[in-house]
Design a protein around this ligand. Structure first.
Ligand SMILES: *Cc1c(COP(=O)(O)O)cnc(C)c1O
Length: 369
């Protein structure tokens, strides 16, 4: 029995589902690898806070009950960490969801949103879903071109995204330049600063969330528990913003959008500075090590302040990605304006990084990458 084609909303014609290949676990099984090295999703190779895992286990005991939809304990913990009142926080099922809530609440058809090209792809997708217009400004020397972005702000602009450090390039924008940029953004434009990797920055100062929010009521700062906190599988992220903006997001969110286990783990992880500090320290050492070795092999890499590095390749990106996967090493091949072939590689443990470098050396000699 045939079914008539049901037409989806017009806006979706421009949207493609996020390209998900077979999961590393499936490839591991298929090729019979004893272990795999996950360097494609910027996860933390050192696990997660043991205190957070304890909290998650305790929360699992109450799995039959809905979470506290006010997320009060989480917001109190975040409030202590950031020095902000509870009302400044909106949690999401990953900060991916907070991006979705922002576009849902603020982007109407034909509103424009200015962003870098390339940057985190979810900004563009979510703007398109609402019928908005993504205005993409190419990176300049691998960094956000703030001047170029300002030049694109018009009466139609509703939102501007700055990913800092930027995914996938790992580059940061200067603290002072960012403030100068904020000053020039009209008050009726939402400034979204995505700080998914900010904890990893060790060079150059970052702006303090509390200071930014006290000076710019149109600013929103995004953070996640998926990266340095090592809780990607639990799906928790959050935004910090003036409560007036937050209240609009709360209108469009699902009531229990963050699960009980993730919320409990996050509330503890945020204040486990021992685990975070250790991760920062190890990452800094591995970042220097991998960068130096890649440069010795003749690769150009962008200066990273994150837990991954953007490497310019000599062969096609997809080919490099596939070749490394054949050795059980998962990275992200990237093709972007100005970067016809590149890959983003998250740093692993020293042992994992040695295996990565060995594989790259081999493929480099063969002319694969
Ligand atoms: C990983 C990432 C996120 C969101 O991650 P969630 O798992 O949804 O919290 C947001 N922004 C950037 C730039 C990221 O790299």
């Amino acid at each position: 029995m045939g079914m008539a084609m049901i037409k989806a909303r017009d806006e979706l014609a421009a949207v493609i589902p996020y390209p998900l290949g077979p999961p590393p676990e499936a490839i591991q099984k298929e090729l019979g690898f004893k272990r795999i090295i996950r360097m494609g999703d910027n996860e933390n190779p050192y696990g997660a806070s043991p205190l957070a895992l304890e909290a998650a286990k305790r929360a699992l005991e109450n799995r039959s009950f809905y979470p506290d939809g006010t997320y009060s304990l989480l917001y109190q913990a975040l409030g202590r960490y950031h020095g902000l009142p509870e009302g400044y926080f909106v949690a999401g099922n990953g900060s991916d969801e907070v991006i979705r809530l922002l576009t849902r609440a603020f982007i109407s058809r034909e509103n424009e949103a200015v962003m870098a090209d390339c940057t985190f792809p979810r900004y563009k997708t979510n703007v398109l879903i609402e019928g908005g217009v993504p205005v993409e400004v190419p990176l300049k020397n691998g960094m956000h071109d703030l001047e170029g972005m300002l030049a694109k702000i018009t009466s139609k602009t509703k939102m501007v995204f700055v990913c800092n450090p930027n995914n996938p390039t790992g580059t940061i924008v200067d603290k002072k330049d960012l403030i100068e940029f904020f000053k020039k953004i009209p008050e009726n434009v939402l400034i979204v600063i995505d700080e998914a990797y900010v904890e990893y920055v060790t060079h150059g100062e970052m702006n303090d969330a509390k200071v930014i929010l006290s000076q710019y009521q149109n600013a929103v700062i995004l953070r996640t528990f998926s990266k340095i906190h090592g809780l990607a599988g639990l799906r928790v992220g959050y935004g910090m913003m003036d409560p007036k903006i937050g209240n609009e997001l709360k209108k469009v969110r699902d009531v229990f959008n963050v699960n009980r286990i993730g919320a409990a783990a996050a509330a503890v992880s945020v204040n486990d500075s021992a685990f975070i500090d250790l991760s920062v320290k190890k990452n800094k050492i591995e970042r220097a090590f991998v960068t130096e070795r890649l440069e010795q092999m003749g690769y150009t890499v962008l200066p990273s302040q994150a837990n991954f590095v953007f490497v310019l390749l000599k062969g096609p990106a997809k080919q490099a990605e596939a070749a490394l996967a054949q050795k059980g090493i998962f990275v992200k091949g990237i093709v972007a304006p100005g970067y016809p072939s590149a890959m983003r590689v998250a740093f692993g443990t020293r042992e994992e990084n040695e295996l990565l470098l060995e594989a790259i050396r081999e493929y480099s000699v063969e002319g694969v990458m």
